[in-house]
Structures are given as C-alpha cells and as structure tokens.
Design a protein. Structure first.
Length: 92
C-alpha cells in the first residue's frame, strides 16, 4: 500500500510548469480531501524540490503560502515558470 506522503509526491510531480494546484486539491487527488495541512507538512520536508516541484502548490485563497527556502524564492520560481503573482497571490 502506498503511503499518503508518496501519493502527495506523485500528484505534485505531475503539476506542469506554469501551473499551480492548491493544497486542498493535492489532498483530494492524493485520496484524503481533508488533509490539506498534512500536504503542507509533507511538502515542507520535500527531499528533492527539483523532482517534486512543491513550489507549484498554493493556498486556496490564491496566496502563495510557505516554502522551505522562503516565500521570496517560491514567488521567484513561480514567476520564472510564467505564473503571475501580485501581492503574494497567484493571479488565475
């Protein structure tokens, strides 16, 4: 049986450049729709951000949320991929 953590990593690996998902959506796709906080905790311990692009996961209200290497770094990575971020919010 695959752990929730592994399911989260599999979902996040599939997020294409220039796109984002919410923590809630990742939790739902990983099989536990109420575990969005757990998703954040799992991604905070991401062993390989180049393979598991956790910077592509944002809050449901559009705020970029936290990031292991800091919010500024997360915003920078998102912008490099073409995501529009204004006032720390993703513009969809």
């Amino acid at each position: 049986m695959i752990s929730f953590q592994e399911r989260v990593f599999r979902v996040v690996k599939k997020i294409p450049k220039g796109k984002v998902l919410t923590y809630k959506t990742v939790a739902k796709l990983a099989g536990n729709p109420k575990a969005w906080r757990a998703v954040g905790n799992i991604l905070n311990k991401n062993p390989n951000p180049k393979i598991i692009p956790c910077h592509r996961v944002v809050k449901s209200n559009g705020k970029v949320g936290g990031y292991k290497d800091g919010t500024k770094k997360k915003i920078s990575l998102l912008k490099k991929e073409g995501v529009v971020v204004k006032k720390r919010r993703v513009v969809i």
